[in-house]
Design a protein around this ligand. Structure first.
Ligand code: 4NP
Length: 179
């Protein structure tokens, strides 16, 4: 019999989000919306949507209100990830209370987000690829000024990181896939 140590993720109408997860990059139009879409796809595939609140944000507001970069949409869609409905937004102060974990893409994002984070929330901020040390890569590189290879490399890294992240959450919270 399945054991749930905090919530029964199957009783959807009664269950608050178990984990509030925010992905952050610079512009919130390439890497972090892709991370949001890849991770959400995996969560949905396991029937665990009710256990997660997933969002993304940027450290700058240049693209606020815009959809992801068309290259991220195209390369994501080619792998089955839905990005076209997402809208860029900057990280805001309340995110440090709303979210349990804030996963950033690179060292610059880490420095920028830590500079904004109140002391009580600093432990929530981590580099995403720290969850997948087997990759031996610390940063999800910014693909914005490059070509198609860069966008595919980002997706490769995000898929591996999302697998590791989901495994981490499943173990930590004894979540049992519903599918
Ligand atoms: P992202 O990529 O941080 O992965 O969304 C970028 C998007 C926009 C810019 C740089 C990086 N920009 O300079 O506008």
């Amino acid at each position: 019999m399945a054991l749930y140590n905090r919530y029964d993720v199957r009783s959807s109408s009664l269950v608050p989000p178990l984990m509030n997860v925010l992905f952050v990059c610079l512009g919130n139009i390439c890497r972090s919306p892709s991370a949001e879409a890849v991770f959400r796809h995996r969560v949905e595939a396991l029937g665990l949507s009710n256990a997660f609140h997933i969002d993304s944000a940027g450290t700058l507001d240049w693209h606020q209100g815009n959809p992801p970069d068309p290259r991220s949409i195209t390369h994501g869609e080619a792998r089955g990830y839905a990005l076209q409905h997402l809208k860029s937004r900057p990280i805001v102060a309340s995110d440090f209370d709303t979210f349990d974990h804030i996963w950033v893409m690179d060292a610059k994002n880490l420095a920028d987000v830590m500079a904004l984070a109140p002391e009580h929330a600093q432990h929530k901020v981590k580099r995403l690829l720290s969850i997948a040390p087997q990759l031996e890569v610390e940063d999800v590189p910014d693909p914005y000024y490059g070509g198609a290879d860069g966008f595919n490399h980002v997706l490769d890294l995000l898929e591996a990181a999302s697998d590791a992240l989901l495994h981490h959450y499943l173990q930590k919270y004894t979540l049992v896939p519903n599918n």
